[in-house]
Design a binder for this molecule. Structure first.
Ligand code: DGP
Length: 113
């Protein structure tokens, strides 16, 4: 299964990449919802959080750690940031490839809409 994020991860489709290693890529969201809006994505095609097998628990942890590293690098760690993993239709997941949204640079509301 290949999707738009698989193509971005492989470089077939251009993106503004902010981070890359053997397992993970992070790039700017094309439709930013905050001054900083980055997507942290596993290179492996996993459709959603609910599809992550137990053996990939370390990968899940690394996605969050990379999000935090980027928050520091992008200078939003101190003011605060939000990470979001939309999962399924009711959460508004539109791309069927697991991704962590990193949002920051403005004050946010709670509860989310
Ligand atoms: P979600 O709704 O949680 O599935 O978020 C998908 C996000 O992906 C959405 O904020 C827009 C972003 N997105 C969709 N297509 C592209 C693309 O081709 N390039 C980039 N950079 N972001 C994309």
């Amino acid at each position: 299964m290949r999707c738009i994020f698989c193509s971005i991860a492989s470089g077939e489709i251009a993106s503004k990449k902010l981070y890359e290693d053997a397992e993970i890529v992070a790039f700017e969201d094309v439709n930013p919802q905050a001054p900083i809006h980055v997507l942290v994505v596993p290179k492996q095609h996993i459709p959603a959080l609910s599809d992550v097998p137990p053996e990939d628990s370390a990968l899940l942890g690394r996605l969050l750690l990379v999000a935090d590293q980027l928050a520091h690098r992008l200078l939003i760690a101190e003011s605060g940031y939000r990470v979001v993993i939309n999962t399924g239709v009711h959460a508004g997941q539109t791309v069927g490839h697991l991704h962590v949204h990193l949002l920051g640079g403005r004050a946010m509301q709670w509860p989310p809409g």
